[in-house]
Design a protein around this ligand. Structure first.
Ligand code: 4AD
Ligand code: MG
Length: 448
């Protein structure tokens, strides 16, 4: 009889049938005539049970005992083809169990370093290539995958074209102090910090565009929100107003949360994420508050008991304690709009009648997860953009292509960028961004 090879997440379709599953032994227990294997194959974890008398009945005393002993000797993370009959099992959370009829060892595993006991973070990070196999890490990667798929779905449904920006670039997109420089055949080149400037060219060619790729920031910050390499999705669109842009961003973030609830419900359960709380963010409108109103609010509450942030003046930038307090205060994702031009990027368009402030928004996630989106309207007037770049002492010859976009049929346009790992951290409810990407790159971490 030929084998029926399936994955663990397909077992519900095979109740009562004999199937084979390629998997790893996550854990093992049992005694005497019975052995329990916790199997994992990337789609799910579930339990398989071997009962010695069944083996002896099927294979005879000697061969049956040998096969059963093989199961009892299996070590953590050895790989196996397990064959068995799928049973419904109300006692387990998963709802199914496998009654093992045969087993074949594929790859042995001796002294697997990550045991079921607690390990320190440095140890786990040194073994990231193996840590990725653990239940919680698998769940986080499933959530990341759901967010990526929901992103493509959302933009496709909203008439956006995927338009990928280059990774190697001749100029800075965001902040020239945080560039990774490399040698490009004798000329300096930089790793992209954001695809935005190129995406603006795409928006003039295709109307609505988005990109998705790795970006790099040589930030010396050692926080639970910063990576030096992370994945950004930027969207850029012609003809929209700033309010329309905020509507789009809100719909997008809600679609991402819904996408995870739909596609990765077990992952949320594994991580014990409060799904009702996530749903409440979909059901309520996001808060929109201006930078100046937010500063006034912070000043008014700075002596409150729960206010562990420093006093700030209008014109100062927020620190993460300020952001955390604001998002907790509103309890829903909150857009802070119209920041001071002084600490935002050169390309942002001023608020009409208020050149000190720019038409931009940062979206702060609730529960202290910090900024997940940064976006703005772009300066679309050639003269105004040149004046701004001159005032900042920028070398315009580096940005000729960008200025051209304002020379040939310039239109109002704007866009935003989301850090996928920040979004994953928020939806998964994990504490540190390092778990949201398979191989995190941080200030003191480039291996494995
Ligand atoms: O706010 P940022 O710097 O905005 C831009 O780069 C714009 N050019 C985007 C655009 O308008 N197209 O970065 C966007 C997002 C942040 O809101 C945050 O989620 C994430 O990227 N981010 C980081 N994520 C992880 N580690 C870091 N060091 C990050 N820096 C920014
Ligand atoms: Mg930002």
């Amino acid at each position: 009889m030929s084998r029926k090879l399936i994955t663990i997440n397909q077992v519900s379709q095979y109740v009562g049938q004999e199937v084979t599953i390629g998997s790893w032994v996550a854990n093992k227990s049992g005694k005497g005539k019975i052995a329990f294997l916790q199997l994992r194959d990337g789609t799910a974890f579930f339990q398989a049970v071997a009962f010695k008398p069944n083996f002896i009945e099927k294979f005879g005393e000697e061969e049956g005992t040998a096969r059963f002993d093989l199961i009892k000797r299996l070590s953590q993370e050895s790989s196996v083809y397990v064959t068995g009959i799928v049973k419904e099992d109300d006692r387990s959370k998963f709802g199914y169990e496998l009654d093992i009829t045969d087993i074949e060892l594929i790859g042995d595993s001796q002294d697997y370093p990550i045991t079921p006991k607690e390990h320190g973070t440095d140890f786990l990070m040194d073994n990231r290539h193996l840590w990725l196999r653990s239940r919680k890490q698998v769940a986080i990667q499933q959530i990341r995958n759901a967010i990526i798929y929901a992103t493509y779905d959302f933009f496709d449904q909203n008439g956006f074209i995927k338009f990928d920006s280059p990774i190697l670039s001749g100029n800075a997109a965001e902040d020239s102090t945080e560039l990774f420089e490399t040698d490009y055949f004798g000329q300096p080149a930089y790793l992209s910090q954001s695809g935005q400037l190129y995406l603006e060219a795409g928006a003039m060619a295709l109307g609505r565009v988005f990109d998705f790729g790795p970006v790099f920031r040589a930030e010396k910050s050692k926080t639970r929100r910063h990576l030096t390499e992370f994945w950004m999705m930027d969207a850029e669109y012609s003809f929209l107003t700033h309010d329309e842009s905020l509507d789009l961003q809100e719909a997008y973030v809600k679609a991402l949360i819904q996408g995870v609830i739909d596609r990765a419900p077990q992952a949320l359960e594994t991580l014990e994420r409060d799904v009702d709380l996530l749903k409440s963010y979909i059901d309520q409108p996001f808060k929109r508050v201006s930078y100046d109103d937010a500063v006034t609010l912070l000043q008014a509450h700075e002596h409150d008991e729960d206010a562990d942030y420093e006093h700030m003046e209008h014109g100062d930038d927020f620190g993460s304690p300020h952001e955390t307090w604001i998002s907790n205060y509103f309890g829903v994702p909150t857009f802070i709009v119209n920041y001071p031009a002084s600490f935002k990027a050169f390309y942002m368009k001023p608020v009409p009648g208020n050149p000190e402030r720019v038409l931009c928004a940062d979206l702060l996630a609730p529960e202290g997860y910090g900024e997940i989106i940064g976006g703005s309207m772009r300066e679309d007037d050639y003269e105004a953009l040149v004046a701004k770049m001159d005032a900042l002492g920028m070398d315009k010859s580096e940005y000729e292509f960008y200025l051209d976009l304002r020379k040939y049929g310039s239109v109002p346009h704007g866009g935003f960028g989301i850090g996928i790992e920040r979004m994953v951290t928020f939806v998964a409810g994990t504490k540190h961004i390092r778990e949201a990407i398979p191989f995190p790159r941080m200030l003191h971490r480039i291996k494995p």
